[in-house]
Structures are given as structure tokens and as C-alpha cells.
Write a protein that binds this ligand. Structure first.
Ligand code: URA
Length: 191
């Protein structure tokens, strides 16, 4: 009974958390945002992606990964993982766009992190994929170049954490797609 009850409550819990985020003023990114980008997808996803922060399109629409990098991520989800965006959950380290898409500061990341941790707790995915160094660094408190750690399996609260290249990096460096492909094959195998 209690597990049914939990399943039933899950989307509500996410919705409540999203409403809290909508009113958040914990850091200065709240002053320049158009919309918060809470995250979206299957609230019971086994696979959760964590990006860095909203870009221009995301800030405008309130949805994660909908710009050029997002189109590439969507293609990878569909073509390599053979899933749809609706099967997975997509979120970011910070919920508000950093001006000019700069990397979020440690203060911004730390003030926003409790929202992400709560999302992870509610969704309870099997695998967390950190897209790029920033996502991995702020989730794991570990400042290692992404090229050194990509495709390796780490652990966070009993979940597998796999860092890989950020899709924006792949757009700028298409030769890295070969390695990213391997990472996604590993992710598919572990799902
Ligand atoms: N880049 C990110 O890291 N996150 C988004 O939501 C979009 C682009």
C-alpha cells in the first residue's frame, strides 16, 4: 500500500517543488531569468540527465535542452538509447539562466543544488548522466577534466553516475562524438 501511495504522490511532489522554484530568489540569477527551467520528463525515469544551466531558448520557453545542444541530446536519446525524451528526465544544475550562458558560480550552484537533490530523491533514477564537467563538478564536488572521467561509473546515493561530454561541446568538437557514442552505449547496457 505504501509503495502505491508513494507512486501516486510523486508527480505532486515534483509539482510542489517546481512551484517553490518558481518563486525562488536565493541567488541573483533570479533577477535576470525570464522563466525558471525546472526540468521535465518521466517522474519515474530510470535515466536522468543533468546539464549545466538553461541557455537562451530554455530561459524563453521554460524547458530544458530545447536549443541546438538539446536537439543533439534528443537525437542521441532517440537514436543511440532508442528511447524518447518522455522516457527520461532532464534537469540542470541551476534552474535559472546565467547571463550570457556563463558557467554558474559555486554560490549559484550551491544555492540551487538542494532542488536538484530533491528531484533526484523523488525521481529515484538508476542512472544519472552528468552532461559536461560543470554538472559532474557540482554534483560530485570533484573538479576533474571531463576527458579524464567520461565513460567511467561513479556513485551518488546508490545511483550510478556517468559523466560524458556536454552536447554543446560535441557540436563544437565533432571528433569527440565517437567517445560520447561509447559512453551512451555503456549507459544503454546498464539501464
Ligand atoms: N545547456 C545546458 O546545460 N542545459 C540546458 O538546458 C540547455 C543547454
Amino acid at each position: 500500500f505504501s509503495s502505491n501511495e508513494k507512486t501516486f504522490n510523486m508527480p505532486n511532489e515534483l509539482k510542489e517543488l517546481e512551484n517553490i522554484c518558481k518563486n525562488c530568489t536565493l541567488c541573483d540569477l533570479s533577477k535576470t531569468r525570464t522563466n525558471i527551467v525546472f526540468g521535465e520528463g518521466n517522474p519515474k525515469a530510470k535515466l536522468m540527465f543533468i546539464g549545466e544551466g538553461p541557455g537562451e531558448m530554455e530561459d524563453k520557453t521554460g524547458r530544458p535542452f530545447v536549443g541546438r545542444a538539446g536537439k543533439l541530446l534528443t537525437k542521441i536519446i532517440e537514436n543511440v538509447l532508442e528511447l524518447s525524451r518522455e522516457d527520461v528526465y532532464i534537469a540542470n544544475i541551476v534552474k535559472c539562466r546565467p547571463p550570457n550562458n556563463r558557467v554558474p558560480t559555486i554560490e549559484e550552484a550551491e544555492s540551487c543544488k538542494p532542488y536538484l537533490i530533491k528531484q533526484i530523491d523523488i525521481i529515484n533514477p538508476k542512472i544519472l548522466v552528468c552532461l559536461g564537467k560543470t554538472a559532474f563538478m557540482y554534483l560530485m564536488n570533484n573538479n576533474i577534466p571531463i576527458s579524464k572521467i567520461r565513460g567511467q561509473i561513479f556513485e551518488y546515493k546508490g545511483k550510478k553516475v556517468i559523466p560524458t561530454y556536454h552536447p554543446s561541446f560535441l557540436l563544437r568538437n565533432p571528433s569527440a562524438k565517437k567517445e560520447a557514442y561509447k559512453d551512451f552505449l555503456l549507459i544503454k547496457e546498464l539501464l
